[in-house]
Design a protein around this ligand. Sequence first.
Ligand code: 9MR
Length: 660
Amino acid sequence: MPHNIRRLLAACLSAAAVSAAATAAPLRDSASARGLFIGAAATMGPLRNEPIYVETLRREFNMVVAENAFKMDALRPSATTYNFTDADALMAFAEQNGMAVRGHTLVWHSQLPGWLTAGNFTRDQTIAIMRDHIRTVMGRYAGRIVHWDVVNEAVADGTGQLRTNSFWHQRIGPEYIALAFQFAREADPTAVLYYNDYEAEGLGQKSDAVFNLVSSLRGQGVPVDGVGWQMHKINPFRIQGQHVTNAQRLASLGVEISITEMDVRIALPTDATELQQQALAFGDAVRFCLEQPNCTSLTTWGFTDKYSWVPSVFGGFGDALIYNASYQPKPAYTALQSVLEEGSPQPPLPPTGLTATAGSGQVALAWAAPSGAASYNVKRSTTSGGPYATVASVTGTSFTNTGLTNGTTYFFVVSAVNGAGESMNSTQVNATPQASGFTLQANPASVSVSRGGSATSTIGIVRTSFTSSVTLSASGLPAGVTAAFNPSPTTGNSSVLTLTASATATLGPATVTVTGTGGGLTRTTPIALTVTAPPGGNVTVTRAVTSNSPWFTEEQVRITNTVSLTALSVTIVVQRTTGVSASGQYNTVGGQIQQGNTSTASTITYQFALAPGQTLGTGTNRTFAAQMGGTGTVHPTSGDTWTVTYTAAGGQPVTQSGTF
Ligand code: 9MR
């Protein structure tokens, strides 16, 4: 279980009160009163040898973390020995001064001892080493370290994946992370267990990866309690809406966050303007942490520019901390101090949740208020990313920008303002105003209906600043097809069109035009309609052979029709093989049918046709028979075919054919 933070902070406050004489308001005093850990990374040389370093650290901070002394290479000179000299000294310093301790870090791909990386250990041995390390180190200080960075920097840069070239990943596999957190919980159930990383503070691929990692671990019951945002930044830096959004989504997982290694490096030489910019970054960060309910600590990576990792790693950069190299407080220190002292005016954080809704010639904006905002500047550009021009200053959390050009895309940001200044801009949104009116969209725009059936298409009514009722109608319908809209007229955004085809509807393709009228406007959208014969058809044709012998064969076509036919022709072609000739034909309809046959040297063609002007009523298995006799080959034989062409009343001709 995590520490009782309130009790710890109360202890920090009383210790701070004792040591508060050096300045009017040490950071730790006001931070403790406001429930926040304010920490600094300490390095052992000056902690042992430089009184002003020690004095400043203990006076100003209620939390401390070892910059290097708790790392594995520092604690593990060999596989079998531990060296706790520095770590114990730092713990003693913290405890003597009523400071909480962050433990940094147990499982990291960097600063590993050579005996480990060169050791050729198996997976099981590596897990055992990791477990022993976590147990021994956490166990030694159990109950005395409030936050532990259990796993550090496991996500790779630029891929959104785990860092696969990490020693731990290579030897154990991705499950090293879950194992580390489980071992850590066992070793000290009181510590808040952190996953710590850099460049995962705002929104982006890496913070998504950290969020997904922590979400998935917690989903599996792995005890991850916190996410550390290192915050190694380049001046100028400001907290933005994306930081709030990221903190909120982590809060939704039930994890706390801490700013764990903050510094803001400046290109050297530094001028006064840059130091003021840097102060805004630190002021923003501490304000953010105070206002974000799940943010529990803000730690800077060092505190004096005299001792910082920055200059040796980033050539030409430095001055990244809140005291200068002579231990004089910089504007960044003053910013932390004034934000921590409740009520002192600071610029607000940027608004979050900005939305833009396009209308005709206008865009409606709305946003959520950050605390401490007195008013807002609404800024606009026609280029993504600005430069923005301020179009309005308002006190509410919404604004409708009118007089815009339809068809132009506008980009908006909003900043929050109070007596102390202006926040950074919110994240950008965009919208494209459109002329008032509506358009229709058929979905699907291509519909097939079979005779006797129906089909639907949803007619979307896409409105832009248009609330009038729209009445829908359909034209261009084939004979026998009807259209119905539900609902129509409508003030809604869609209507369902049902197209129904009668049993005799005209077959084939047609273009139906859907028309909407309303508010003085008329809009149309086409639907490609195809009327088909239903599966199995209103007319079924079968073939039959009722006799076949060397001397007589009868090949038949049988027609069943459930609709009246206004035209019908049946053709049967028989191969005139040696010795075979026509010997007769008949049908079971009667006088409405005209029939006859012709022969060539190779084929006999039998024809049956409904006489012109006649209608053939419905019927079953009407038979059209071709007879042949002789002494030749048994039929049917290859090439014997039938073809039926019919027209249902009101429809188009349909042809079916086949072989015997
Ligand atoms: O500040 C630390 C520096 O003294 C070490 O040489 C370095 C080794 O990689 O680690 C520095 O601290 C790092 C921290 O442990 C993890 N996040 C990034 C920090 C800056 O590199």
